[in-house]
Design a binder for this molecule. Structure first.
Ligand SMILES: Cc1ncc(COP(=O)(O)O)c(C=O)c1O
Length: 375
């Protein structure tokens, strides 16, 4: 059975060119980057070449980039260090962040290390910026704001510059989970008022287990993982050389093809939205369906019926991979905290379709006709 993969916000296949770039670092170029002889120098150079290349693409300095095991570790590090090392006693976040953020801030709160405040959302799930400003203005203690650039379930985009400037104005530290946007949008970090950013290679055709933490140069934190001197003493442990090379290679490809890929993927998303609207008169879409939305994600809200309850299972049996459905979204027990956060009284069933450069219009036609058939 020919499979159709429309869950690219969960992960993406590694691009063959990325794999080709990574492969030598599993075998012939196997040296420990901390070894001083030639094998080690070779892998050390590969890491620093990757860092330099990523820094150029993101318009930042290599010294501001730290390789990690993924988006989760990057966000954990940024949030923990803001509290531990930068004196943040209060965290402002939103109820619809990724669990890498939410569970970290709740953990720190449970330790008594900080207080946590959740900024409200607008009707379609954007952060209420007026409320954010009043929270910032009313604060008495050093504050960390952690808000994601794009929501992975509904796709809503945050204005990073606007929020970053607000944080600057009120002396707050700003971290953003950019896991769904680095590799899909162009960044100029030199000109972005952000202190920490989290990124992950597997969301843009790089390998899993390879992430990045951006820390602005003037933000001084202490080591997070203790041990060897890797990552300029900040994150000990022998580097994931192949993963780091894969991160850089995936970002190079994404940057090189950004213009055509983003236009193409955006057109897939609007085609799917159009076709679903035609096929299912009662359908709605979650979050912002306009410009302030990730071009890779479309979250549909199907009217709750016995047939829609079975939709994701039926699609799976037809070889179609999507996220969500059944009695809860994204497969999470008890429903999606994102959908609940935006639509507290929602009974509809959310299904997330997320696209990549590998998807085709023909695939979308098949998926929409299957959905129509099942419903
Ligand atoms: C928005 C967002 N943040 C964080 C993560 C976690 O990233 P990783 O899988 O690299 O730990 C994901 C991926 O699931 C995500 O979509």
């Amino acid at each position: 059975m020919q499979k159709i993969y429309l869950d690219n916000a969960a992960t993406t296949p590694v691009d063959p060119l990325v794999l080709e770039a990574m492969l030598p670092y599993f075998s012939e170029k196997f040296g420990n980057p901390s070894s001083i002889y030639s094998y080690g120098r070779e892998t050390r150079m590969a890491i620093e070449r990757a860092r330099k290349s990523i820094a150029e693409m993101l318009h930042t300095r290599p010294g501001e980039l730290f390789f990690t095991s993924g988006g989760t570790e990057s966000s954990n590090t940024a949030i923990h260090c803001a509290v531990r090392d930068l004196g943040c006693q209060r965290i402002i976040t939103s109820p619809i962040e990724h669990h890498a953020t939410l569970h970290t801030v709740e953990f720190l709160k449970s330790l008594g290390a900080c207080t946590v405040e959740y900024v409200g959302l607008t009707q379609n799930g954007h952060v209420d910026l007026v409320e954010l400003e009043s929270l910032l203005a009313g604060g008495q203690v050093k504050t960390l704001v952690t808000l994601m650039h794009a929501n992975n379930e509904v796709g809503n985009l945050l204005d990073l510059n606007l929020v970053g400037n607000l944080c600057r104005q009120y002396g707050a530290v700003f971290h953003s989970d950019t896991v769904q946007t680095i590799g899909h949008y162009q960044f100029n970090l030199e000109q972005s008022p952000v202190d920490f950013l989290s990124a992950s290679a597997h969301k843009f055709h790089g390998p899993k287990g390879s992430g990045l933490l951006y820390i602005r140069q003037d933000v001084q934190i202490k080591p997070f993982i203790h041990g060897g001197a890797q990552e300029r003493l900040m994150r000990a442990g022998t580097e994931n050389v192949a993963g780091i090379v894969g991160f850089a290679s995936a970002l190079e490809l994404a940057t090189m093809h950004h213009d055509e890929d983003s236009v193409y993927i955006r057109s897939l998303k609007s085609y799917m939205q159009e076709k679903l609207t035609e096929a299912i008169p009662d359908i709605r879409f979650n979050g912002d369906t306009g410009e302030q939305s990730l071009y890779t994600v479309l979250s549909a809200a199907f009217p709750a019926t016995e047939k829609t309850e079975m939709l994701s299972i039926n699609l799976d049996m037809a070889g179609i991979c999507i996220s969500g459905g059944s009695a809860c979204s994204s497969g999470a027990q008890g429903g999606s905290h994102v959908i609940k956060g935006i639509y507290p009284h929602e009974s509809r069933l959310p299904i997330r379709f997320s696209f990549s450069k590998h998807n085709t219009f023909a695939e979308i036609d098949i998926v929409v006709s299957k959905i129509k058939e099942f419903l």
